[in-house]
Design a binder for this molecule. Structure first.
Ligand SMILES: Cc1cc2nc3c(=O)[nH]c(=O)nc-3n(C[C@H](O)[C@H](O)[C@H](O)COP(=O)(O)O)c2cc1C
Length: 223
């Protein structure tokens, strides 16, 4: 039973572009077969509590002596780790907020990036290596290569480092830029380009959902 973990973080449930694109991928995944399952986690509607104890960055064997992280956060961490490890693929709707990740998504990352568990540290542990992760980054402005703000995107690079380098996942990024084109006067001439980019992302998400779903057809439950 192939499982897709579908995460969203936009605080705009009605008009969100990243939600629309991640939903297109999830719908395409489901269309592959009745066995293709989607596990949904809405990080905005049901935010995870912030980590309040540094011991939670480490598995129990690597925590300082006497560390007693909050039991409720330990439970949350186990839940989100189990959910991620059981997924054959992940899609993440990731709006850009202040050139970076939404706090809700960052908190999820804080829970699942655990040295010695999801990334190599004292043991060579990288259980998610090679598993597909599709990041859908929606942003109001323009950060395309060659533009004056090309270096201002601190969202996609951070997710590529954590998911791709540290966890070893096979990361694909779909960007939906210029989403404020109909609202910000400075982007008024970008409305058509914004729509074209959004339409292309929806289409590509559908293709990816079907491609990944077919590749993983018959996948045994993971981890
Ligand atoms: C709190 C907040 C901060 C934002 N910061 C940025 C930003 O730094 N750069 C940018 O291009 N757009 C920024 N935006 C605009 C969003 O990236 C844009 O509306 C995007 O489409 C949001 O994703 P969504 O459509 O999936 O909700 C911000 C929006 C909000 C609500």
């Amino acid at each position: 039973m192939p499982v897709l973990l579908h995460l969203d973080a936009s605080m705009d449930p009605a008009g969100s572009r990243s939600r629309a694109v991640s939903a297109a991928l999830a719908e395409a995944w489901r269309s592959v077969s009745a066995d293709h399952t989607v596990v949904r986690r809405d990080l905005h509607a049901d935010p995870l509590p912030y980590l309040s104890d540094p011991a939670l960055h480490w598995p129990p064997r690597l925590r300082p002596p006497g560390a007693t992280p909050p039991a409720d956060q330990e439970r949350v961490q186990q839940e989100v780790l189990d959910e991620l490890l059981a997924a054959d693929a992940v899609v993440i709707g990731a709006p850009m907020y202040n050139y970076s990740l939404p706090a809700t998504l960052k908190t999820w990352v804080d829970y699942i990036h655990v040295p010695g568990v999801t990334t190599p540290f004292d043991v060579d542990s990288q259980p998610l290596a090679g598993r597909p992760a599709v990041v859908i980054s929606s942003r109001g402005g323009i950060y395309d290569p060659g533009t004056p703000t090309a270096g201002w995107d601190h969202e996609v690079p951070a997710l590529q480092v954590v998911l791709g380098e540290a966890l070893g996942m096979a990361v694909t990024v779909l960007t939906v830029s210029r989403t404020l084109a109909g609202f910000a006067p400075a982007l008024a001439d970008q409305i058509d380009t914004a729509q074209t980019e959004f339409d292309a992302a929806v289409q590509r998400a559908g293709e990816l959902g079907r491609e990944l779903g077919r590749e993983l057809e018959g996948a045994a439950p993971s981890a």
